[in-house]
Design a protein around this ligand. Structure first.
Ligand SMILES: Nc1ncnc2c1ncn2[C@@H]1O[C@H](COP(=O)(O)OP(=O)(O)OP(=O)(O)O)[C@@H](O)[C@H]1O
Ligand SMILES: CC(=O)N[C@H]1[C@@H]2OC[C@@H](O2)[C@@H](O)[C@@H]1O[C@H](C)C(=O)O
Length: 372
């Protein structure tokens, strides 16, 4: 029998809103027992530091380069992850000894797949020392080294969760609407196909923050009062990203934000929610089979305007739309759970990515191991 390990996944995503912490007991294969979840938000000051990290990373050409200020931010990020782990253990009455491994995503500060460059800051060795738990980190690099896009990596976990839908003969498609959105389709025969599908919440967040100082459109309430400005939506939806080969992954900065004066606050938020929804449907057109069910995860599922737009578009094409919760999962925890699952796979040398998920030449494992 394969070893069942207890793993904690740590995700700081492109939205830069905080650290998601989730526990999973798994053999890294078909056995998955989902445990508790904790979201640890960043305060505004640290979010600004992370935005500064993106600026500092822009000129880098080597993934190991750390200008002094970027290194400082990396160490602060790592310390915050250690504090988040401690808070998680305390909250759920667990001891560090009960955890076999941490799956540490770090923060993506630069992602240029065309140049074979992806940089996640976060010091695995330092996190292992601080927590006393082994850490698997830097999970994207090996994929890129083998010709992959370095993202998305969550599909291996989606595939493991899809069993009950597969058995029912459904073509299920997981949609993660984070800062960027990505899709994983799993056919009834188990065939897996995944890619980044387009802008998610980042454009909405940037617009709402620029206009109001709030960091996101809570519930999609602002967008719900606006209308779609067709010319603005077109500008995004006619991007070359949506043409031809979609096996491309995105950097947070690949789609430019709206400018002040482009629209009213409400119309801008509505238009960008429309763009996020239409991007998913457009990209899903490149899947090998039409999804019979979409399962929506990530913060974007809480934007009712975006979800209403997406549901109308998907249902018009004959697909059913469920939130992660309606499908029996946790839409906030999914990525952190995936990082726990992937860390266990990494320990066993199992593939994290596949030709159908990142375009990698052959299925490859990945991640570096740091022991305390
Ligand atoms: N109640 C809410 N109403 C509307 N939008 C929300 C709500 N809560 C979160 N969001 C949106 O979800 C975003 C965070 O989503 P999530 O945590 O899935 O992204 P991420 O993991 O950082 O990104 P990625 O998946 O691209 O790495 C926020 O920035 C915000 O735009
Ligand atoms: C380079 C990078 O960090 N990419 C993220 C980003 O956020 C969403 C999308 O773009 C996805 O490709 C990926 O994250 C998820 C967790 C993944 O790798 O599956």
């Amino acid at each position: 029998m394969d070893v069942i390990r207890t793993a904690i996944g740590l995700m700081s995503g492109t939205s830069m809103d905080g650290i998601d912490v989730a526990l999973v007991k798994t053999d890294g294969r078909g056995f998955i027992e989902r445990g508790p979840f904790l979201g640890v938000p960043y305060e505004a000051e640290f979010r600004e530091r992370l935005k500064r990290a993106l600026d500092l990373a822009r000129p880098l050409t080597d993934r190991r380069e750390r200008p002094a200020e970027l290194r400082d931010i990396e160490l602060e990020l790592t310390k915050r992850h250690a504090i988040a782990v401690t808070a998680f253990l305390e909250r759920f009455g667990l001891s560090a000894d009960a955890v076999d491994v941490l799956g540490f995503h770090g923060q993506t500060v630069l992602h240029r797949p065309d140049e074979g460059l992806t940089i996640q800051i976060g010091d695995g060795g330092d996190l292992a020392r601080r927590t006393g738990i082994s850490v698997v980190y830097d999970m994207r690099a090996n994929d890129m080294r083998h010709g992959g896009q370095g993202a998305p990596l969550v599909p291996a976990y989606h595939a493991a969760l899809a069993g009950k839908f597969q058995q029912a003969g459904e073509a299920v498609c997981f949609v993660n609407i984070g800062g960027i959105s990505n899709l994983t389709s799993i056919g009834p025969d188990g065939r897996i196909s995944a890619f980044d599908s387009g802008p998610g919440n980042t454009l909405i967040d940037q617009w709402v923050e620029m206009q109001t100082g709030k960091t996101y459109d809570s519930g999609g309430e602002i967008g719900g009062r606006g209308k779609v400005v067709a010319a603005l939506a077109q500008r995004y939806l006619e991007s070359p990203f949506f043409r031809g080969n979609v096996r491309r992954s995105l950097d947070r900065g690949d789609f430019a934000p709206l400018h002040q004066g482009d629209a009213s606050l409400e119309d801008g938020a509505r238009t960008l929610a429309h763009v996020a929804a239409a991007s998913i449907v457009k990209s899903a057109g490149f899947l090998p089979e039409k999804p019979s069910i979409y399962i929506v995860c990530g913060g974007g599922r809480l934007n009712a305007t975006l979800m209403a737009e997406f549901s109308v578009m998907a249902e018009a094409l004959g697909s059913k739309v469920l939130t992660a919760e309606e499908a029996g999962f946790d839409g906030d925890a999914m990525e952190a759970e995936a990082w726990a699952y992937l860390a266990v796979r990494s320990l066993d040398g199992l593939p994290l990515t596949f030709p159908g998920t990142t375009g990698v030449e052959i299925p490859v494992s990945g991640g570096l191991l740091a022991r305390p």
